[in-house]
Design a protein around this ligand. Structure first.
Ligand code: PRP
Ligand code: GLN
Ligand code: MG
Length: 485
């Protein structure tokens, strides 16, 4: 789940894109990039690391132009450490296209063959995003008849992309000399939202971004979410044209955005992430009461940061004191989205410290938003015990993560998942907790969608059911053998 943003403005966009990326930093910490268009000329800077360390003043000065896009990367395909695989990606024909992508393609084996054999295109990385860009470029090339590009041709090209590409993709691209294109996969797995604002001179400026908080921060009004399968084209003069480009679009958004990825102050597909997390807390509290006596819990404690809203609600619902026993070092980023298990493990200890006074002799109920590899929870239980806790009950506002996530979250291998193939008491033993309680899948679904009119969610990492057809057991084996850990 990377973070993406694109802006068509009436003034220079470099600073706005930078500010937007800072707001999306929680979606990716591996690398970042900005590209701008100054008339038909592109400027681009990309580098490893986080936004604050990646862009220097001289880079920012060179990013000229009133249209631009940016990316923060959390690697799911390709290599996290290779700067060349940082986004955006560029192709010089047709016209010149620069593209950013949030998501993960599940038919890259077929795509790389087809791109080479049929389209005669060389893709110089293992990045799925570079393949996606080359498919778009091929399809656009196939549509162009005269010299000029027509939005109809762009929409036709996106329809063909939908036919060729499988998996999840929220995409923003600039076509040199023409405008900004944004589209979302036919299941709308990854988020994308459209906003606009009017200048004093009455001109309209547009923004497309992964999360609504970026729009709010830039004083843009929310127009709407980009629909699953829909493409939006914004011309250089600020005219917005949209079209449904998929034959059978269906909204099936990723549940993990609401559990962990998105910032709580964002609204996605009309659902407030914060409120969804409160509802997860409500439902988890009910499940807790069916498993244990409230009288056996002295305090409810969150694991900072992401579980705070759910933990607060669990405490309130159970009528038990809420205490923050883990102090968080604000200078350590999110550990789950770091590349490599060694770094993740080291960082949990650097990130969290247990305060003895909150633990000594107490029965603690810990709430985390999710338990994936168990890196955090194992360390936390040890820390709680070392700080003198009596009994440690570990709870998760999400159900057990038992299956790989192949739509843009780096959990490719079943072996790595602490809950894969294990019953809950076995997980408790593995993590060293006295007791473990997980959210039920139906409760998670209800917590996210209740009252929203949304009927489907991608819950694949909890259920093993994948919405795109190409995710077969053979594919999952291949992913497990070949991808990142
Ligand atoms: O079971 P694991 O593999 O450890 O993964 C799950 C943990 O990782 C995340 O925290 P993270 O530190 O990334 O970010 P946060 O500060 O937003 O909670 C998540 O909130 C869990 O605490
Ligand atoms: N998390 C994402 O959206 C990743 C985008 C792309 N698959 C990459 O690895 O760079
Ligand atoms: Mg956490």
């Amino acid at each position: 789940m990377c973070g993406i943003v694109g802006i068509v403005s009436t003034e220079p966009v470099n600073q706005q894109i930078y500010d937007s990326l800072l707001l999306l930093q929680h979606r990716g910490q591996d690398s970042t990039g900005i590209a701008t268009a100054d008339g038909p000329v592109f400027h681009m800077t990309k580098a490893r690391g986080q936004v604050r360390e990646a862009f220097r003043t001289r880079d920012m000065r060179s990013l000229l132009g009133t249209m631009g896009l940016g990316h923060v990367r959390y690697t799911t395909k390709g290599a996290a450490e290779r700067e060349e695989e940082a986004q955006p990606f560029y192709v010089n024909a047709p016209y010149g296209i620069i593209l950013v992508h949030n998501g993960n393609l599940t038919n890259t084996r077929e795509l790389s063959q087809d791109l080479f054999r049929i389209d005669r295109r060389h893709v110089n990385s293992t990045s799925d995003t570079e393949m996606l860009l080359n498919v778009l470029a091929t399809e656009l090339q196939g549509q162009i008849t005269g010299l000029e590009l027509d939005p109809d041709q762009v929409f036709q090209a996106v329809s063909h992309v939908h036919e060729r590409v499988e998996g999840s993709y929220a995409v923003i691209a600039m076509i040199a000399g023409y405008g900004l294109l944004a589209f979302r996969d036919p299941f709308g797995i990854r988020p994308l939202i459209l906003g606009k604002r009017t200048t004093d001179g009455g001109k309209t400026e547009w923004i497309v971004a992964s999360e609504s908080l970026v729009l709010e921060n830039g004083d843009y009004e929310v127009v709407r979410d980009v629909e699953p399968g829909e493409a939006i084209f914004i011309t250089l003069d600020g005219e917005m044209i949209s079209r449904q480009c998929a034959t059978n679009p269906r909204l099936v958004p990723c549940s993990f955005e609401y559990v962990y990825l998105a910032r709580p102050d964002s609204v996605m597909n009309g659902i407030s992430v914060y409120e969804a997390r409160l509802r997860m807390g409500d439902r988890l509290a009910s499940t807790i009461t069916t498993h244990m006596d409230k009288g056996d819990i002295d305090v409810v404690m969150p694991i900072p940061d992401s579980s705070r809203p759910a933990a607060m609600q669990v405490a309130q619902k159970l009528g038990i004191e809420y205490r923050e026993g883990f102090y968080k070092n604000r200078y350590v980023g999110r550990t789950f989205i770091m590349p490599g298990q060694a770094q993740r493990k080291r960082s949990v200890r650097q990130k969290l410290n247990a305060m003895g006074t909150e633990f000594r002799g107490k029965n603690i109920l810990i709430v985390d938003d999710s338990i994936v590899r168990g890196t955090t929870s194992k360390e936390i239980v040890e820390m709680a015990r070392a700080a003198g806790a009596n009994k440690v009950t570990f709870t998760s506002a999400a159900p057990p993560v038992r299956y790989p996530h192949v739509y843009g979250i780096n959990m490719p291998s079943r072996r790595e998942l602490v809950a894969h193939d294990k019953k809950i008491p076995e997980i408790a033993r593995e993590l060293g907790a006295d007791h473990m309680i997980y959210q039920e899948v139906a409760d998670l679904q209800a917590a996210i969608t209740d009252g929203t009119g949304i009927t489907e969610l991608d819950l694949s990492c909890f259920t093993g059911e994948y919405v795109t057809g190409t995710v077969t057991p053979e594919y999952l084996d291949w992913v497990e053998r070949t991808q990142l850990s």
